[in-house]
Write a protein that binds this ligand. Structure first.
Ligand code: SF4
Ligand code: SF4
Length: 496
């Protein structure tokens, strides 16, 4: 576990040859004291319009700003931003505006309970959120979507007012959890420009803050950052650093979950080889990566005809008509039980086939699980991307008539006097399907690359057999996704 003031090795510090904060104009805007607020205010305005229309506007999902913007546009655009840049949504997140107010009102607050300082709660809230989405048909209800947004504002305010360390973002928010995981494949990462400057830095303002600025609310320490997990890209650290030593740097693709083998001087240790991994050697974070993948598949499966056949069969077998209960069962099995059982099974097989008989910390079941499971992240991202982009490609232009109708209802006709309800797709169904296949293929190959690099880092002849159980699991996941994407998918939030 990292501690304030201590330094980690520098293996995962990206080169700062490209630093977004050095781009003329843009870099200044991002580091500007009010730069984040300038991004958050338009998002807040959008959130207010969304809530207003959700509570007072058209009850039909395909004609309301709340449902169309949240369930079609937000999800499609956030995937694109994560792929091209990183966690831009968290940077501009309007939910943290009341959070910042709460933080100033309450001072530093109490510490988040130790028992909750991990990702187990995030796993539960993430799955709960996906279950609520299906069980309450959130996608079909503008009013419930508006209340969801209000709930987000309230939860962020309350948790930030009570506790330090921004627990809402770090441990609770399902959107944040999603973005943290997806940004593992993003090309940018926060890092220190010079480790030497950090070593001699007295105030460590990037984490401690100063009288003028807040330090990192999530208590990440810039020279120790090795991954995007937990980083909201808020850039408070860059604004707080008095030495202008924080970079938002380009990094090697997939570097976030590929271990590096360290060869230590033989005299220094009886085990001259050690694996340094950017992801924590923890059950919770590794399991979260697996849940992210299986949840992506289940979420897409939930919009295809076979899920209705499965639900009907379960309903008959269990003698219940409760859709919420049936969905809880399906989601519990597919999003929690399966990843736990298959992930542990793969780790066990991997341990037996590989270096498990050596008594090294790297050979424990937990270490193997934590080392290999995150290699699923590119494939997991691809599954979510393919799914959300199918909906975005099929309905992106729906926002035009929806905005027209909203403005006309409020006496503004600048976008026309009649909504053009024929607008919708930005590409044909065939093109959207090809995009899904391409995303899936790239994600699968990237996960295989991560697997092979992870095995190669082990540096022994048994490493290749050790990766085979994971290879089988990722291949089965990719094939299952291919099957699900080949079934007709419900066109939610679209004009029928
Ligand atoms: S405040 Fe700046 S120089 Fe000091 S430790 Fe943080 S990033 Fe390094
Ligand atoms: S390290 Fe902390 S302050 Fe810096 S961008 Fe990430 S979350 Fe924000």
């Amino acid at each position: 576990m990292t501690t304030k003031g201590a330094f980690d090795d520098e293996l995962y510090r990206p080169s700062t040859a490209f630093d977004l904060l050095r781009v003329p104009g843009l870099g200044w805007l991002l580091r500007w004291r009010w730069g984040r607020l300038a991004l958050q205010l338009p998002m807040l305005a959008l959130a207010l319009v969304l809530v207003y229309d959700g509570l007072t506007g058209a009850p039909l999902a395909s004609q309301n700003i709340a449902t169309v913007s949240v369930w079609i546009h937000y999800r499609g655009l956030v995937m694109l931003a994560l792929l091209l840049v990183g966690n831009l949504f968290c940077m501009a997140c309007p939910f943290t505006l009341p959070r910042t107010l709460a933080r100033r009102l309450s001072g530093r607050g109490r510490r988040w309970p130790r028992v909750l300082r991990n990702k187990w709660l995030a796993v539960g809230v993430f799955v709960l959120y996906l279950w609520l989405y299906e069980a309450l048909d959130l996608w079909a209800s503008p009013a419930l979507t508006a209340w969801l947004v209000i709930g987000y504002f309230g939860a962020a305010f309350v948790l930030e007012a009570l506790f330090a360390e921004s627990p809402f973002c770090k441990y609770v928010c399902p959107l944040g959890t999603f973005n943290f995981l997806a940004s593992s494949i993003s090309p940018l990462q926060i890092t220190a420009r010079s480790a030497d400057v950090c070593r001699t830095c007295v105030g460590k303002e990037c984490i401690n803050g100063s009288t003028q600025t807040l330090g990192c609310g999530l208590e990440l320490f810039v020279p120790q950052i090795k991954r995007n997990l937990d980083c909201t890209f808020c850039l408070d650290c860059a604004r707080a650093c008095p030495h202008d030593n924080v970079a938002l740097a380009a990094r090697r693709p997939l570097s976030e979950f590929i271990p590096i083998a360290l060869t230590l001087p033989a005299a220094a240790t009886p085990q001259p080889r050690r694996l340094a991994s950017p992801w924590p050697r923890r059950w919770d974070t590794a399991f979260l990566a697996l849940v992210f993948a299986f949840a992506g598949l289940t979420n897409a499966f939930g919009m295809t005809p076979p899920v209705y056949a499965l639900a009907a069969a379960l309903s008959q077998a269990l003698g219940t008509q409760s859709e919420a209960l049936i969905l809880a069962l399906i989601f519990g099995v597919f999003m929690l039980l399966l990843p736990a059982a298959l992930g542990l099974g793969a780790a066990w097989l991997s341990r037996r086939a590989g270096a498990g008989r050596q008594q090294r910390p790297e050979s424990s079941l937990r270490a193997i699980f934590a080392r290999y499971a995150p290699t699923v992240l590119p494939l997991a991202f691809a599954i979510w991307f393919a799914h959300y982009w199918f909906h975005f490609a099929s309905g992106a232009l729906t926002i035009v008539p929806v905005m027209q109708a909203f403005l006309i209802d409020h006496g503004v006709t600048v976008l026309g006097r009649q909504p053009n309800w024929t607008l919708g797709p930005i590409m044909s169904d065939d093109a959207a399907f090809l995009l899904m296949l391409a995303a899936l293929a790239v994600g699968y190959l990237a996960s295989l690359y991560g697997l092979s690099r992870t095995a190669a880092a082990e540096g022994n002849a048994r490493a290749r057999p050790a990766m085979l159980p994971w290879l089988g699991l990722w291949t089965a996941l990719a094939l299952a996704a291919l099957l699900v994407f080949s079934w007709p998918m419900e066109m939610r939030g679209m004009i029928g």
